[in-house]
Ligand binder design. Sequence first.
Ligand code: AMP
Ligand code: MG
Length: 317
Amino acid sequence: MKKFVWGFSAVLLLTVFAGLYFKGNLQNPGVEKTEFLFDTYCSISAYGHDAEEAVDAVFEKLREIHKITDFYSEKSEISRINSAKKGEVITLGDDMYNIISAAKKVEEASDGAFDISLAPVSSLWEFDKDGRVPSDGEIKKALEICGGEAIVFDAATKTIIKNADDAKIDLGGAAKGYAGDVAVKILKSYGVGGAIVDLGGNICCVGENRDVRDKKWRIGLQKPFEVAGEYDQVVHIDEGSVVTSGTYQRFFEKDGKKYHHILDPKTGFPKETDYSSVTIVGESSLYGDCLATACFVLGKEDAEALAKEFGMEIYFK
Ligand code: AMP
Ligand code: MG
């Protein structure tokens, strides 16, 4: 599936960068559209049969998934879940069911390193504003309603039940991945020749890269804390997904210390590591997204085993 090329200065001269992928992948994409969704810029470049209609259909669906999973919108399905009372049986829509079902599998396989029920803790941190470090007491109290049985998911009835009124879910570590998989499915159903979907750095590739002889897509892995577009490694893939979880994606600095947005469910604090990003390469972007976050928290050895269990490639930076 992948092959690495180190040192790519020649490629650099020929390409313009955006996100993680090389725009030079499709020098004449046919269609190229961008919208701001999931709190980030989402771009799709495609060529071939009905490419324009396909890209429009994808954005229509992405807007729908964004609406459902928007933590801050009172009208979203996720807000309906988060405002439900303890014990209430909540029936999930199909998209929500698909996301939660994968998230729960990764939660179980990662021994809770990936945990969508961490929302009461993650909402105490303010990564987007000036930055706020919650007190130990606040974190301890919030952790009491997170993890394990906080959200009981029943796959057979497509329902969940919360174990506390204030239990909440946060799909920030999974929703873009799901959106990527759905985008791929739609693009394929229209029969496009090739496409790249870039959802804020979550990349999915469809079909063939018609601009190169081997037909593979070139995805650059961002150097942490460098200007966007600084790469030192390029993954060559056929169809598939490349997802990165990195400390440089959302963080703030306070009193000389950096606080990033990937939290260790055991402590409620940003996970301290000797690497800054984890990239997962594989077929499913939804699982890639959940796994990238989980693997960041797990540490190298356990992360490599987990990625292998799901048939994914893993890279640390
Ligand atoms: P990602 O960029 O995919 O690694 O997702 C990070 C986002 O997922 C954060 O901004 C939080 O909204 C949420 N999050 C943080 N830590 C975790 C965790 N351990 N498990 C699940 N979601 C998390
Ligand atoms: Mg993720």
